[in-house]
Design a protein around this ligand. Structure first.
Ligand SMILES: [Zn+2]
Length: 424
C-alpha cells in the first residue's frame, strides 16, 4: 500500500514561501509570544514545517534531508527524509522510524508457542490490594501539573531534556525513600537525540538482573511497564504541547504504581522494570533503541505493557479499562483483561488500534516479545481524546479524569505483582 500523495505536495508548497521571513527572526518577537511568532513563521512558508524549521532551528534543519526508513502504520515501509516526518505529523499520520532498527531479528516463535503459553493464576490479591491502597490521585494530579508546565516535551528540544530530567528526579526521590530491603536501580538511557529514556528496576530477590562476568546471560525474564514521556504538537514541533493525556497520563500512571510498589517494599522474584520512553512521537525511537540493546545483550523479556493515554473519558461511552487487540500478544492480552475485574472498579473493554496509530509496545511486539497495550478507550469507536498533539491536550477538560487514570495504575500494580511475584 502506498502512502497518500498529499503530503509530498506539501514539500513543493514550501518553495512558494514569501520573503517576509527576515523580520520574523527578531529574538524579541519570539520571547514575548512564541506562539504568535511561530504561527507567523509557518504562515510565511504556507505551513511547510521543513522551510519554517530552517529559521526556527537551523541545527535541526541541517538533518532534515537525511534519509529515513519510515513505516506509516498500516502501510509498507518506505524511504523518506527526516523532514518528511514533520510533514507526516502535520497530516496526522503516525509511524515507526525503523532506519536504525532494520536488523533487529524478529522472532515469532512465541506466536507458535501461543497455545501452550501459560500465564500465572491470579493469586496475589492480598499483596496487590495492599499496594493499590497506597495509590494517590492527588499525587498523580500534582505530578501532571508539573509535567504539563513544560512548554513542550519534544524529544529534540531543551524542554524535552528538562522534562526528562524532572522524571528522573521524581524516580530518584522515590528510590531515596525506599525501605532498605528493596533493591532498586535507576538508569538514564541516553539516545542519539537529546532526550533520554528513564528506566527504574526492582532487582529480583535472587540476584541482579544485569549481565555480569559471573552470570553473562540473563536468567530471569523481565516484566516491563512503559509509557512515553515526550509530547509533540503535530502542526509544528516549536509550538506548545502540554501532552496531558498523550502521554502525561500514562507517565504519571506508571509513576504512581512505581511509587506505591516502592512504598510497600515490593521484592519481586523476577526483575520488574518501569520505562519512560523518549521520542515516541519521533517514530518510537526511544523504545526501539531500548529493544535493540536488550536484544543485543540477550536480555529476556517475559511481558511488556504500555500505558498510552489513560485519563480521557469519552462522554458518549461507558467508561472502562481498554486493552487493544491489534498488534499485541493475544493470550497476554486476555490474561491482562482478567486482572481488570479483580483489581479495578471499571469493567474491561477491548479496542482496535487501526490503522494510523501505534505506541511503544509495538517496538517490543515487532521484536518478538509478548507485549500488550492499555488505553482510555477504543479508538475504533472514536473514544480517544480528540485534542492530543495540540495545545489543547490539557488536564482541564471536563472529560479528563484522574479517577479514570487511577484504574490504570491499579492495573499496573496487578500486572507487576502477579507476573513479577513477591518473595518474603
Ligand atoms: Zn502517545
Amino acid at each position: 500500500m502506498k502512502l497518500p500523495a498529499l503530503f509530498k505536495s506539501f514539500i513543493l508548497l514550501g518553495v512558494l514561501a514569501s520573503a517576509s521571513v527576515a523580520s520574523l527572526s527578531a529574538q524579541s518577537a519570539f520571547s514575548s509570544d512564541p506562539v504568535a511568532y511561530y504561527t507567523e513563521l509557518l504562515a510565511a512558508y504556507n505551513n511547510d514545517p521543513v522551510q519554517a524549521m530552517q529559521v526556527a532551528d537551523p541545527a535541526y534543519a541541517a538533518i532534515l534531508d537525511e534519509p529515513r526508513l519510515i513505516e506509516v502504520f498500516g502501510a509498507e515501509r518506505q524511504w523518506m527524509t527526516e523532514g518528511d516526518k514533520l510533514q507526516l505529523k502535520q497530516a496526522g499520520l503516525a509511524f515507526m522510524d525503523v532506519t536504525d532498527f532494520e536488523d533487529i531479528e524478529v522472532d515469532r516463535s512465541f506466536v507458535r508457542a501461543e497455545k501452550s503459553q501459560a500465564w500465572p493464576e491470579i493469586q496475589r490479591q492480598d499483596q496487590v490490594n495492599k499496594v493499590i491502597s497506597l495509590l494517590s490521585v492527588d499525587t498523580m494530579r500534582e505530578d501532571l501539573v508539573t509535567l504539563t508546565s513544560f512548554y513542550n516535551r519534544f524529544y529534540r528540544s531543551d524542554y524535552g531534556v528538562k522534562s526528562s530530567r524532572w522524571i528522573f528526579d521524581q524516580v530518584l526521590q522515590i528510590v531515596a525513600s525506599a525501605p532498605p530491603s528493596t533493591r532498586l536501580s535507576i538508569e538514564t538511557f541516553t539516545h542519539s537525540f537529546p532526550q533520554s529514556s528513564i528506566i527504574a528496576r526492582f532487582e529480583p530477590s535472587g540476584g541482579r538482573s544485569s549481565p555480569s562476568p559471573k552470570h553473562p546471560r540473563d536468567v530471569l525474564p523481565r516484566i516491563i511497564l512503559g509509557a512515553h514521556q515526550d509530547s509533540s504538537n503535530y502542526k509544528f514541533p516549536m509550538f506548545p504541547a502540554p501532552g496531558a493525556d498523550d502521554d502525561g497520563s500514562g507517565t504519571v500512571t506508571i509513576l504512581a504504581a512505581f511509587r506505591a510498589l516502592v512504598e510497600a517494599g515490593f521484592t519481586p522474584a523476577a526483575p520488574v522494570e518501569f520505562h519512560w520512553y523518549a521520542a515516541e512521537e519521533g517514530g518510537l525511537l526511544g523504545s526501539q533503541e531500548v529493544v535493540k540493546e536488550y536484544v543485543a545483550l540477550e536480555k529476556k523479556v517475559g511481558a511488556m505493557i504500555q500505558f498510552d493515554m489513560t485519563a480521557y473519558v469519552d462522554p458518549r461511552s461507558e467508561p472502562g479499562v481498554t486493552l487493544m487487540t491489534t498488534d499485541v500478544h493475544p493470550s497476554l492480552t486476555n490474561w491482562t483483561l482478567s486482572l481488570v475485574p479483580e483489581y479495578c472498579s471499571l469493567s474491561q473493554k477491548e479496542g482496535k488500534l487501526w490503522p494510523n496509530a501505534g505506541s511503544d509496545h509495538m517496538s517490543w511486539h515487532r521484536a518478538g516479545f509478548p507485549a500488550v497495550f492499555a488505553a482510555e478507550g477504543d479508538p475504533d469507536k472514536d473514544e480517544f481524546d480528540p485534542w492530543v498533539h495540540t495545545v489543547n491536550d490539557t488536564m482541564y477538560l471536563d472529560e479528563f479524569s484522574f479517577e479514570h487514570a487511577l484504574e490504570f495504575a491499579k492495573l499496573a500494580v496487578g500486572f507487576a505483582v502477579e507476573l513479577g511475584g513477591w518473595t518474603d
